[in-house]
Ligand binder design. Structure first.
Ligand code: C5P
Length: 218
């Protein structure tokens, strides 16, 4: 288990993050949230007045921010140009802007380099959309995590403290559509991935399933 790479991909709001963090923590592995890196890139662009709907402008800026990801599953702090951006990257503005930024190949290339460097020789749970397909196709364990849109919206709305269910579901589905439809590294179920539909399970049940799968893989 100590050098394993666990690739966790799936739709927005499916429980990927909580599951990945919980499993990493129980297994004594590091954790990398690649979605946070795309959010950090997006946040930097919004801060610096880059038009995120202009792919050329986004591509030209992709190399500029200095993004560093913490890998402690209990405290995955992310910094941008040295400042803690962990809270700033979760705003609705970033959430609604991140998918077009993530579709730009130059952004993906820049972050791919950081991601592979952090994965290094393993011992890590890596979460995102293209981990099993592009970032680390040789991962020993690949998971594809989904949940019914209504269940995802209900969980997300509860986390956000009672935001509108219908609007939350629409925003999740809009993000999935862009993430699955883009040309560069779209969200797909990677070859060899195991599908977990978390709809009927509690978080603890899903974490236990993942821990068992990783232990079974050696
Ligand atoms: O996981 P999270 O919802 O925070 O990811 C935010 C966005 O980052 C996704 O909607 C997607 O556009 C992008 N992303 C990606 N590839 C990854 C991880 C995230 O394109 N590996």
């Amino acid at each position: 288990v100590s050098k394993v790479v666990v690739a966790v991909d799936g739709t927005s709001g499916s429980g990927k993050s909580s599951t990945s963090r919980g499993a990493a923590s129980r297994l004594g592995l590091r954790y990398l949230d690649t979605g946070a890196q795309f959010r950090a890139m997006t946040w930097w662009m919004l801060q610096h007045g880059v038009n995120i709907h202009d792919p050329q402008a986004v591509a030209d800026s992709a190399g500029k921010p200095d993004i560093e990801s913490g890998t402690d599953p209990l405290d995955p702090t992310i910094t941008v140009d040295g400042d803690d951006a962990s809270i700033a990257i979760r705003t609705e503005q970033v959430t609604n802007s991140v998918s077009p930024v993530s579709a730009v190949p130059e952004v993906r290339a820049r972050l791919l380099e950081l991601q592979r460097e952090i994965i290094g020789d393993g011992g890590i749970v890596v979460e995102g959309r293209d981990i099993g397909s592009v970032v680390w196709p040789r991962a020993q364990v690949k998971l594809y995590i989904t949940a019914d849109p209504a269940a995802r919206a209900a969980r997300r709305a509860a986390e956000e403290g009672g935001s509108d269910l219908g609007a939350t579901q629409e925003s999740l589905l809009a993000r999935d559509k862009i993430d699955s439809g883009r040309a560069a590294a779209p969200l797909v179920m990677a070859e060899g991935a195991q599908h977990i539909d978390t709809t009927p399970y509690s978080l603890e049940e899903v974490i236990s399933q993942v821990v068992a799968l990783v232990e079974a893989a050696g």
